[in-house]
Design a protein around this ligand. Structure first.
Ligand SMILES: Nc1nc2c(ncn2[C@@H]2O[C@H](COP(=O)(O)OP(=O)(O)OP(=O)(O)O)[C@@H](O)[C@H]2O)c(=O)[nH]1
Ligand SMILES: [Mg+2]
Length: 270
């Protein structure tokens, strides 16, 4: 792992936000990892990057190592095997905390999240704990996604909003910024979600903890290279977990207490 910090240009990261680490989870993204790193470099020179690879059989981790050897602001976290997006992000966030970053960015490796839109998310992070890039708010859009994927995403978000009463238009979206001190309030060690449900779980925890979430419209594009890791298991996990959180909240929880005007109760996670 490349263990260097700070920015080449001598500045302390992104103005008003501080040292930024873009965490990119990868599994079989050999054709994408170099392209996304290059695009981030151009779009936000002040950001550092951590590729969190789950020992991809296609050699993504080795490609990232080669790139990191020539770029001291690119780091690689090698994990032992495929353990899901959620586990890769939790490991990446811990790494960011240990190494003194002020903000972490979640971004897919497949180009669906445009690095060119990252300055907009980081600008919003100046006044927020969590920033979500939203496909489903006014000004947001998806490009080249088949109708059934749009339906699934819109339906999943509608169900999440109705079940949890959380005012977030794209709770499953994976293009985000978290201020690092915020992460301490989300008890990441107890997060069990693996797939999309990880994004919903962190939104839900942030909401329950009374943190400030801001959404920014993004243009989400279908991946051009490589294979999707989406599966019925991942969809099923999101469905049952959202339902469980909803039931637990109805029985009594900090979000419900806040709706009733009692903001003091501390969250306890299932
Ligand atoms: N480290 C790690 N990364 C993963 C894992 N599963 C998915 N990823 C990465 O997470 C990001 C999102 O995965 P995708 O396959 O694009 O899933 P998706 O964006 O939900 O689905 P599509 O819209 O069909 O692309 C990509 O960068 C993947 O390589 C995993 O188990 N471990
Ligand atoms: Mg994708």
């Amino acid at each position: 792992m490349n263990e260097s910090f700070g920015t080449d240009d001598g500045t302390e990261g992104y103005p008003g936000v501080g040292r930024v680490l873009v965490v990119i989870p990868t599994y079989n993204e050999a054709d994408n990892v170099g392209v996304i790193v290059d695009r981030i470099r151009r779009a936000v020179p002040a950001a550092e990057i951590l590729v969190a690879d789950d020992n991809s059989p296609d050699g993504t981790g080795e490609i990232a190592d080669r790139l990191a050897a020539a770029d001291k602001r690119l780091h690689v976290l090698h994990r032992t095997g495929k353990q899901g997006l959620g586990a890769a992000y939790v490991a990446g966030f811990s790494w960011a905390r240990e190494h003194g970053y002020d903000a972490v960015v979640e971004m897919d490796a497949d180009g669906s999240h445009a690095p060119e839109e990252l300055p907009g998310l980081l600008d919003a992070a100046r006044d927020a704990d969590v920033v979500i890039g939203s496909r489903w708010m006014s000004g947001g859009q998806v490009v080249n996604w088949p109708w059934h994927r749009q339906l699934l995403s819109r339906g999943g978000n509608l169900y999440t909003r109705l079940a949890l009463g959380m005012p977030v238009s794209d709770a499953t979206g994976g293009y985000r910024v978290y201020r690092v001190p915020t992460l301490d309030k989300l008890d990441l060690d107890s997060v069990a979600s693996q797939g999309y449900s990880f994004q919903v779980e962190l939104s839900w925890r942030a909401h329950q903890a009374g943190l400030r979430t801001v959404e920014v419209p993004i243009t989400f594009a279908e991946r051009e290279r490589g294979a999707s890791k989406m599966s019925p298991v991942i969809i099923g996990e999101a469905l049952w977990r959202v339902t469980l959180w909803s039931v637990l909240d109805r029985r009594g929880g900090p979000a419900r207490d806040r709706r009733r005007g009692d903001a003091d109760r501390q969250p306890r996670w299932p």
